[in-house]
Design a protein around this ligand. Sequence first.
Ligand code: NDP
Length: 363
Amino acid sequence: MDEISKRTFLAAGLAATLPLSARAAEPGRKLGYAILGLGYYATKIIMPRFAECEHSKLVALVSGTPEKLKTFGEQYGVPESHRYSYETFDKIADNPDVDIVYVITPNSLHRVFTERAAKAGKHVMCEKPMATTSADAEAMIAACKKAGRKLMIGYRSRFQAHNIEAIKLIREGAIGPVRAISADAGFTIGDPTQWRLDKARSGGGSLMDIGIYSLNAARYLTGEEPVAINAFTSTDHSDVRFKTVEDIVSFQLLFPSGATANCYSAYSANFNRYRATGPKGFVDLDPATNYEGQSMRVRLNGQTSSREPAPQAKNQFSAQLDHLSECILTGREPIVPGEEGLKDMRLIEAIYRAAREGRTIKV
Ligand code: NDP
């Protein structure tokens, strides 16, 4: 064995025996992700984006479908030793290549898999909505804290160039203090048998799934937390899609500065946009939080124009994946930790309550 191979061999042997935190700190090491739940978002959107990551790589798969483990395992070079079923998942604790488990299942399973991942000593990335109740979200935060592991929620828009630019312009005072936000997010949902339309698995309808983008945007654009909420819903329960979940939610938020937000969430209308307006102008994104194609218009100094932010080094998905890896490597907290997901869960509950009780809810 030559000197270089010997050193590589020794380093590999040493690495396998190091605790996770020490291994994560190895310079230049990409952190290993296990993707849990091989559905649409995982396989079509997230998994291909590891190719552009600097600090993250795909090393393991967890699925309830053996054919998916085989197909995607072969496609991404994930060996059989790094493929898990939901039954064998806890054995991931013995796999030092896995630093992070990314939970991309139906919402009602986010809690149980986050807790199992934390118990196995892994950091967790969990998709939005973080859970189906705020109590579950609290339990997830507690589980990760107890295990000494980080928890981040997949709020990818916080890593998207136009959204970053919108926040920057507002924080710099370009439009003056935000007075009014409108934020609309919706799509026309199809297949009535899917889990999104089954409250037991989704936790709720459009608000949990897509309206959460309007809610989250109103919060990151103002940089404030709402103090009062009004809401009403509109659902045709004779429509086979809406037997257990809501279709439209219209909600209003009042922020401490006096800024207000008027938001829509829908499963029967297509929109994806927001506008923040102040005394000096506005920032408008349409689409705002799609996977791609964001378009920005601003009104500043009396002029309305298109604006293209400086290109980001990475797309929003790779940047999101790398952010958690970098936080683990440097000991920082993610900009969208579990607590951020919990805030949205509490507000979603308050929005449902405002609609149910037909009154303003103070939060
Ligand atoms: P899919 O239905 O396409 O995939 C979910 C996967 O979860 C399934 O393919 C299955 O994978 C696994 N699963 C485990 N248990 C169940 C169960 N009881 N019923 C159904 N599936 C199960 O959903 P999406 O990929 O669209 O959504 C998954 C999560 O990602 C949701 O929380 C959603 O809100 C979020 N999401 C986030 C997006 C974003 O832009 N941030 C975009 C889209 C979704 P397997 O066969 O491998 O077990």
